[in-house]
Design a protein around this ligand. Structure first.
Ligand code: GUN
Ligand code: FE
Length: 432
């Protein structure tokens, strides 16, 4: 068995700081030690107290001026959209037509898909993200490519083939039946294999017929532990369009609800313009919303009201939504999340922020028993953040008087440059 220890400052969230009472929401060890064996965390604590119990053969890797935290969790991202990040001048529906669909059209070519999956995964790991909920394209080979690459790195990843049988270019649509059959084939090939899970992935209500949504709901129930991943209430024109396409339904969420697409392991990206009754229904059913601040600002979609969602008990994770989002870095998502909430008179304190990017994301994905913190028994997915990554970060952190201030400076100033090393199941998968 392979045992190794990592010495640095260690910080991890162990509960939601917004809902805990007397309980502490995090642990911090200024001189900490993380002990990993066979890809799992076996112990975490103060170096002083853990070291004496460690067998002398165990190698201890010491990082100076660095912080070990759990790997980041990205609850909404599109792997085929790397090539269109930062495309100029459009809001959601134009952006889809002008940039997104032509880009996704190229993924019928499996070689292209493999190459893009490589670039995408390398970028995630460079940014310290070890788990993501990922859109493929409509082509089943796009998902094969993604899972093949993710499984080689032994990453905990969730992905699915896009279901889209209308209101999209001919080269990019499936049918209700082929979408169901292709998804089922992918589920049988990949779901539960190693650390991979499958997500039934209707793009959003406008691009699926009622027949397709019905079959998606049927599929969602057919296998244990499947996810459902889609978009909702991102943009006002989109919401109007859904009303026109589904006049018989009670609103956007009701379209998904009617077809059995909500509940535990259902993740809805954006939710910027959800109504009160929709938030309540999401909370009551254990569904989750992915908060994607860089995307919502970039496409001019709107400001997510986090306090409102949380008042209804909705699970909220953080998403980059690359390629509408403008950064792979969850630190940059937090930077923008802070400002989105500032504009609404809400505060995002750094403990809550890091919770959203780690354990809160894991909880949204019902994976908080496996990832999201560094407690013993969890999978050893972690990152080493470098306090001296850039002259500015270094200067700023030298003047920090508290952990709170340090974490806040990291989330405002940090990005891929502060990620010194990334570990997945105990193995180093990126090193700067
Ligand atoms: N709604 C439907 N498809 C998409 C997409 O690819 N990106 C975003 N941000 N919203 C969508
Ligand atoms: Fe998206």
């Amino acid at each position: 068995s392979q045992c190794k220890a990592y010495r640095a400052s260690v910080f991890h969230c162990i509960a939601d700081p917004g809902v805990v009472g007397a309980e502490r929401s995090y642990e911090y060890f200024e001189d900490g030690l993380l002990v990993v064996e066979d890809g799992m965390v076996v112990e975490v604590g103060r170096a002083e107290s853990v070291l004496p119990s460690l067998s002398p053969e165990v190698e201890v890797v010491h990082y100076e001026n660095a912080l070990i935290t759990p790997g980041f969790v990205d609850t909404h991202i599109h792997y085929p959209q790397v090539g269109i990040i930062g495309s100029y001048g459009a809001q959601l529906l134009d952006w889809l037509e002008t940039y997104t669909f032509p880009c996704e059209g190229q993924f019928d070519d499996s070689r292209h898909a493999h190459a893009q999956a490589d670039i995408f995964l390398r970028e995630l790991l460079r940014n310290g993200t070890t788990t993501a909920l990922v859109f493929g394209t409509v082509h089943k080979q796009s998902v094969d490519a993604f899972f093949e690459r993710a499984s080689k790195l032994n990453l905990r990843m969730i992905a699915g083939k896009v279901l889209m049988d209308r209101c999209a270019p001919d080269y990019l649509v499936d049918t209700a039946e082929s979408g169901y059959a292709d998804s089922k084939e992918l589920i049988e090939r990949w779901h539960g294999k190693g650390r991979l899970s499958y997500a039934v992935t209707p793009r959003f209500a406008p691009t699926s017929s009622n027949e397709q949504l019905e079959l998606a709901g049927k599929l969602f129930k057919e296998f244990q532990g499947l996810y459902m991943h889609t978009h909702i209430s991102e943009n006002r024109q989109e919401i109007e369009w859904v009303k026109e396409l589904f006049p018989e339904r009670d609103g956007y969420l009701d379209v998904y609800d009617h077809h059995g697409l909500i509940g535990e392991r259902s993740v809805f990206a954006h939710g910027v313009h959800l109504h009160d009754d929709e938030c309540r229904r999401l909370g009551d059913t254990g569904s989750a919303v992915a908060f994607c601040p860089t995307s919502n600002l970039f496409l001019g979609s709107g400001l997510l009201d986090l306090a409102h969602l949380e008042s209804h008990g909705v699970r909220v994770g953080l998403g980059t939504d690359v390629g509408a989002g403008t950064s792979f870095s969850q630190l940059q998502s937090l930077n923008e999340a802070y400002k989105v909430l500032q504009l609404q008179g809400q505060k995002l304190d750094p403990f809550k922020a890091f919770y959203l990017a780690t354990l809160g994301g894991a909880r949204s994905l019902y994976l908080d028993d496996r990832i999201g913190s560094l407690q013993a028994g969890k999978e050893a997915d972690f990152v080493v953040l470098d306090y001296e990554a850039t002259p500015l970060v270094s200067y700023r952190l030298k003047h920090s008087k508290s952990l709170e201030e340090t974490l806040f400076a990291l989330m405002i100033l940090g990005d891929d440059r502060v990620v010194k090393e990334t570990f997945s199941a105990g193995a180093s998968v990126h090193r700067r």
